[in-house]
Design a protein around this ligand. Structure first.
Ligand SMILES: Cc1ncc(COP(=O)(O)O)c(C=O)c1O
Length: 370
């Protein structure tokens, strides 16, 4: 038997998690697992939502429509796009990673340009799809060189994984418009944004969706804490791209889990669901703000990453390395893992997830400096 090797690597973050569990078993000590990438201040309370779902209905028991349940796509149009787009431009996927993989399969570009520090899965998905990658170091660089990037695509993640910083929305829209006008496709992959902005006060997707060469990939893993449900979506205005994406979704998935789609529809559209979602986000944000303040007070935040942007979460960068944090029983991920161009520099820093309960966070960081 022969195996095809794409060159993609199994996630180092999963490896770190396994290492920490082993250390816990061997030492009997509990580690604070800030290497993880999910908000875990609290979990969303689904107890009042589940009774609303009829498991004996064909909607749950048979194949869902290929591009997603119409009621979920309508809810996404309403709550993410303020009804400014068409449901035909929205495609439901098995989470954000599946959305990105499908986009990479469907898009015909010379290369895809990634930020200096990026979520490792981008590079692995590009390898699997045999797409060249390159690096950008700032939004100004993208703006100034937009004409040279014609025929390529750029990924923007804001708030960013791994840096956890947020840039000014107006500046981002300006850069994206310049890129689009120069025939550069912008893949907007920002599944953390919705944690920080409630739909009614956020018209960013309305503005984004109106720009031609923009593909939005999003996920319900972070915004409502349901990474187990594997649900996300893709949005573009491009009809040719959408027709091909629809074919690729069919043969990659045969439709996306109907239960997950109904569950998320209820969370988006019912008053009880909206309250449960908002409570999850509010609790998450309160502890993240406290955790950032604590890190700032203790001078542990790597301020050089937050000169022209602000740290918001769900990650931040610390000026300690992975080994130093491990000695204080704190799990983290070295920044060297998130970059191709700045590995040596990255080794001095570590990414931690700050979306964890403040009291526990404080206990470990007090001990680190004791
Ligand atoms: C930047 C970014 N995009 C997309 C995803 C995909 O999330 P999921 O596949 O859980 O929906 C993640 C998950 O960590 C992420 O950090």
């Amino acid at each position: 038997m022969k195996t095809k090797h794409s060159g993609a690597k199994y996630s180092a973050i999963v490896g770190i998690g396994e290492k920490l569990s082993k250390l816990e078993r061997e030492t009997g000590k509990k580690y604070l697992k800030l290497n993880r990438g999910i908000p875990s201040v609290t979990s969303i309370d689904l107890s009042e939502i589940i009774p609303m779902i009829d498991f004996n209905s064909p909607k749950i028991q048979v194949y869902p429509p290929n591009s997603g349940l119409p009621e979920l796509k309508e809810a996404i149009n309403k709550y993410y796009f303020h009804d400014s787009t068409f449901v035909d431009n929205i495609f439901i996927t098995a989470g954000g990673i599946n959305a990105l993989d499908l986009v990479f399969k469907t898009l015909d570009v010379d290369k895809i340009v990634l930020p200096e520090f990026y979520w490792g899965a981008y590079a692995n998905l590009l390898k699997i799809n045999s797409i060249e990658s390159a690096t950008y170091f700032s939004f100004n660089e993208l703006k100034v060189n937009a004409n040279k990037l014609s025929g390529s695509a750029v990924i923007i993640c804001d708030p960013n994984n791994p840096v956890g910083n947020k840039y000014d929305d107006q500046m981002l829209i300006e850069v994206i418009k310049v890129l689009s006008d120069n025939n550069v496709v912008v893949i907007w992959d920002s599944p953390y944004r919705r944690i920080f902005f409630e739909w009614a006060e956020d018209d960013f997707y309305v503005k984004l969706a109106a720009i031609d060469n923009v593909i939005i990939t999003d996920s319900f893993s972070k915004a409502i804490g349901l990474s187990g449900q594997r649900l996300g979506f893709v949005h573009t205005l491009n009809k040719e791209f959408n027709a091909e994406l629809n074919i690729n979704i069919l043969f990659a998935t045969n439709g996306i889990n109907a239960f997950a789609q109904i569950l998320v529809t209820k969370l988006l559209t019912t008053e009880i669901g909206q309250k449960a979602s908002q409570k999850f986000r509010d609790k998450t944000k309160i502890d993240m703000i406290k955790n950032i303040q604590l890190l700032r007070d203790k001078k542990l935040l790597a301020e050089e990453f937050y000169q022209s942007s602000i740290p918001v979460g769900i990650f931040v960068i610390l000026n300690k390395n992975e080994k130093e944090l491990l000695e204080a029983y704190i799990g983290s991920v070295s920044m060297a893992y998130f970059t191709q161009k700045s590995k040596e520099h990255g080794e001095k820093f570590a990414r931690v997830c700050i979306a964890v309960p403040h009291e526990e966070f404080k206990e470990y960081f007090d001990r680190l400096l004791a």
